[in-house]
Each structure stands twice: as C-alpha cells, then as structure tokens.
Design a protein around this ligand. Structure first.
Ligand SMILES: Nc1ncnc2c1ncn2[C@@H]1O[C@H](COP(=O)(O)OP(=O)(O)OP(=O)(O)O)[C@@H](O)[C@H]1O
Ligand SMILES: [Mg+2]
Length: 231
C-alpha cells in the first residue's frame, strides 16, 4: 500500500534520513522503532508531505506522491497523528473532531459516531475544551481527529508518549481495533515492547539507517533488539 524507496532527508547540512526503504502492506500494522533522533518522525513527516525529501520516492497504492502537497496526501487517504498530540486547546472535543474532516464536505455524523463508539470518553466530553482534557484523553482526541479524514493509512508518531501504563494499554487496544476495522497502520514507538507485540512487521532505525527488519514477534525475541530497545 505504501512504498518508501531509498528516502533521504536533509535539514540544512545534516542528513537525518540516509536512504531507507520501507513497505507497508495493506491491512497490516508496521512499526518503526529506534532511539531519539534516529529519524523516525522525519520519515513520517516526509510521507505526509510536511518535509521535502532530498531524494528517493514515496508511492501510495502504486502512485508516486513524493512531491504532493500535504492536503493532497490527506485526500488520498493518508493521515498523521503527530508527536505530542497537538489538539486545539480552546476548541471543544466536537470542534476538534470536525476539523479532522476539513477536506470533506459530506455528512460527518456517521464518522463522529464511529469515533464516539471507539472512544466513549470523547462522547462524554464532547463539549469540553480540548486543552482541559487529560493527557490520555488528548491522545484519544488526536487519534479520533485523524480518523475523521477516513484514512486508509494512519501513521502514528509515539501515541504512548508520557501516558500511564494502563492508558498505554488502552491506546494499543484501540490501535488494534482500528486496524481490525480495515485501517492500515504505520506506528512509531519508543515503547518497542508494546509496538512489536501488535506489529506484523517491524523496522529498526539507527541514526538515519535501517539496521533490521522482521516479523514483530521475531524482533521481540531477537537478542540485539532486546539489548538495545527492550532493556
Ligand atoms: N526541523 C528540523 N531542523 C533541523 N534538524 C531537524 C529538524 N527536525 C529534525 N531534525 C534533526 O533530524 C534528526 C532526526 O529527527 P527526528 O525527529 O526525525 O527523530 P526521531 O527518531 O523522531 O526522534 P525522537 O524519538 O526523539 O522523536 C535529529 O537529529 C533532529 O535533530
Ligand atoms: Mg520523533
């Protein structure tokens, strides 16, 4: 579904991503793990059209989208739940969700209800200002808002960051459920343990280069991965 081929991204003179190739098959959960500064967010931001690659290509369903604008990429069915959640704090939960559907003009009730079914907590707090939600609730809202674009591929940048273990478990359950409902997932995580448990395929990124690829379960039991990422 998504094919990243020999992607290179520079910031000024610094090479953040040094020629990586990643495939995300339709229906799968693929995870990208790696230390701080490895280039994980940069990779997702390139796919979303938010940073321009120096070279390489990105194709979605066989179509080259490397030079496309962020809006055109969203309308093709790719969405990004960014690092750090970034909800609009002064708008209500409901308003934040509507913004997620900004490129669509059709009836949103069905999708709002879909999000409320996945996250009953958001329904309860529909009229609350997003900035007053707890961290876990804000993450739910960030995911819900991304779902409002009706994505085929949802990219998530560290959804578990800063959340308590029980909330993290809930977020991972929801990721699996969203995937079961037909959304392909590309997930970045520092919580490699949880991510590899739910992933069909995992990639390990080290300072801009891929060093390993394998089935999630296989990487989970790999000695080198255990040492470096699982403590
Ligand atoms: N806008 C930018 N300008 C300059 N350098 C940047 C910019 N964004 C990222 N970088 C650099 O690119 C490298 C990769 O950053 P990136 O955010 O992709 O890493 P990451 O794997 O997501 O890390 P983390 O786990 O800490 O989020 C880092 O060295 C970072 O300092
Ligand atoms: Mg990052």
């Amino acid at each position: 579904m998504l094919r990243i081929d020999d992607l290179r991204v520079n910031y000024g003179g610094i090479e953040a991503v040094k020629g990586i190739s990643i495939e995300v098959p339709e229906g799968e959960i693929v995870t990208l793990i790696g230390a701080n500064g490895a280039g994980k967010s940069t990779t997702l931001r390139s796919v979303a059209g938010l940073v321009k690659p120096a070279s390489g290509s990105i194709a979605f369903k066989g179509e080259d989208i490397t030079a496309n604008s962020p809006n055109s990429i969203v309308s093709k069915g790719i969405t990004l739940v960014p690092e750090g959640r970034r909800v609009f704090p002064d708008l209500t939960v409901f308003e934040n969700l509507k913004i997620g559907a900004y490129l669509r003009k059709d009836n949103l009730d069905k999708d709002i209800n879909w999000v409320y079914e996945l996250f009953p907590r958001l329904k309860e707090r529909s009229w609350q200002a997003a900035g007053t939600l707890s961290g876990g609730e804000q993450q739910m809202l960030a995911v819900g808002r991304a779902l409002m674009s009706r994505p085929k591929l949802m990219m998530m940048d560290e959804p578990s960051l800063g959340l308590a273990p029980l909330i993290v478990k809930g977020i991972f359950e929801i990721i699996k459920e969203i995937n079961r409902q037909g959304v392909t997932i590309l997930l970045i995580e520092q919580n490699a343990n949880m991510a590899l448990q739910i992933a069909d395929t995992g990639y390990v990124l080290e300072t801009g280069r891929l060093t390993m690829k394998g089935a999630g379960k296989a990487l989970l039991s790999d000695e080198a991965v255990r040492k470096a990422y699982l403590g």
